[in-house]
Design a protein around this ligand. Structure first.
Ligand SMILES: O=P(O)(O)OC[C@H](O)CO
Length: 415
């Protein structure tokens, strides 16, 4: 039996899904054994994979969050592109079978799919509907002004420490905010069209929004929950009645929340023309590492075919809240009447496809984006602590980020 190592960053219900898929694949044939290993959060998993590649001990399959895409693309030799893998292995593979909003993120401009879209999400607003009802709000807020007003009321009615909060602070307040309002994060279609991109995160929409957040932090109608997603438990525990987070938190919400809940689209500023536009995907894809044996690649290709199966995809979507990756799995979920019973899970799909994407909402492809997110978060934290104005912080975030982009361009451009 040929072992195939799969490094991932999934916890809770999503970790169960990963293990179940590996078990099912292993039971379905006897030539290969997929061995999943949890390597920490997304950033830790990416760092572990890069270090292992340098040491010659990389896994076969690595789960990398969407913001690591430019880093992986630039690491030529370190990865085996998925379209090449499937072709070499003679596995049937039709890129058209997958949802374009997802594959576009992970493909070259020629449409070659580089990584396998395993768990794509979008950001949604998770809502404790019992808490909203108690303040007389019957529908989740649709606009940011409505949300800030509801959050203030919540702090005065049972939730003194947190009206609303968010996981992945930059994902909501810079990346998704910009796409949803059709304003750029960076030139060159947010870097999708070239490495010579510069940041535009200090525009009026982003500055106004960060200023509003800082104001709301003062009375905890917004309360900060950290840079990544470890703060999500504040929602399921009932501490924060509104929490922005991944649609892929569905399995964990379902398992843990002891109140009535739903998910709703991210709010928008009604005075921004064209808003809401469409959201961009989050989550992660599976990268196949370079330098492995042909037989091992054959096994990985077979595993990807196994993962693409319509029933399996539909089940993965319906249990985790990650997107159906294939068109057929989405159609099946609709035909099953799944969304009538579980409207919360159609929300991310509706956000992603709300309007045809523009240059500002196709995706993001910025070098060293995981490190850049940390720096952006540092500037946001300074604003929330009242040490900088929103404008100062975002101006500095742009200047510092542009230096990181030029550094990346120099390194990657030479390859
Ligand atoms: O929680 P996930 O897996 O949907 O990922 C959220 C963000 O996209 C990570 O960058």
């Amino acid at each position: 039996v040929t072992e195939l190592q799969w490094w991932h960053a999934m916890t809770g219900a999503n970790n169960d899904a990963v293990n179940r898929l590996a078990d099912e694949f292993n039971a379905s044939q006897s030539d290969y054994k997929v061995v999943p290993t949890y390597k920490g959060n997304y950033g830790e998993t990416l760092n572990a994979g890069i270090a292992a590649f340098r040491a010659g001990t990389a896994p076969h399959i690595m789960q990398v969050f969407e913001v690591g895409t430019a880093t992986m693309m630039a690491a030529k030799g370190a990865v085996k592109p998925v379209y090449q893998l499937m072709k070499d292995a003679g596995e049937p593979f039709d890129p058209q079978a997958y949802l374009p909003a997802i594959t576009g993120y992970y493909s070259t401009t020629k449409g070659e799919m580089l990584s396998f879209p395993f768990n794509s999400s979008s950001m949604v607003m998770w809502v404790n509907t019992d808490a909203l009802k108690a303040i007389g709000v019957t529908e989740p807020p649709k606009t940011w002004p409505e949300l800030f007003a509801a959050a203030k009321k919540l702090t005065q009615n049972g939730f003194p420490n947190c009206g609303f909060s968010t996981t992945w602070v930059t994902w909501l307040n810079i990346e998704q905010l910009s796409a949803w309002h059709n304003v750029p994060v960076a030139t060159k279609a947010n870097g999708m069209d070239g490495l010579d991109t510069t940041l535009e995160i200090n525009g009026p929409v982003q500055v106004k929004h960060l200023g509003n957040l800082a104001e709301a932090q003062k009375d905890k109608s917004f309360d900060y929950s950290g840079r990544y997603d470890s703060g999500f438990g504040r929602f399921t525990a009932g501490e924060c009645p509104i929490m922005f987070g991944s649609s892929g938190s569905y399995g964990n919400v379902k398992g843990a929340a002891k109140f009535a809940w739903t998910s709703a689209p991210m709010p928008y500023y009604p005075d921004v023309p064209g808003a809401p536009q469409n959201s961009i995907i989050g989550g992660a894809s599976l990268w196949v590492m370079g330098g492995k044996k042909p037989d091992e690649y054959k096994g990985v290709a077979k595993f990807f075919t196994f993962l693409s199966d319509t029933d399996r995809q539909a089940k993965l979507h319906q249990t985790t809240g990650y997107m159906p990756i294939t068109k057929a799995a989405y159609e099946k979920s609709k035909a099953d009447g799944f969304y009538e019973k579980n409207p919360a899970l159609e929300v991310p799909i509706k956000e992603l496809t709300n309007k045809p994407p523009t240059e500002n909402s196709r995706g993001l492809r910025l070098g060293n984006l995981p490190q850049m997110r940390d720096m952006w978060a540092e500037e946001i934290e300074a604003t929330l602590a009242g040490k900088k104005t929103a404008k100062q912080a975002l101006d500095e975030a742009a200047t510092r980020g542009n230096a990181m982009l030029r550094q990346f361009e120099k390194q990657a451009g030479g390859r």
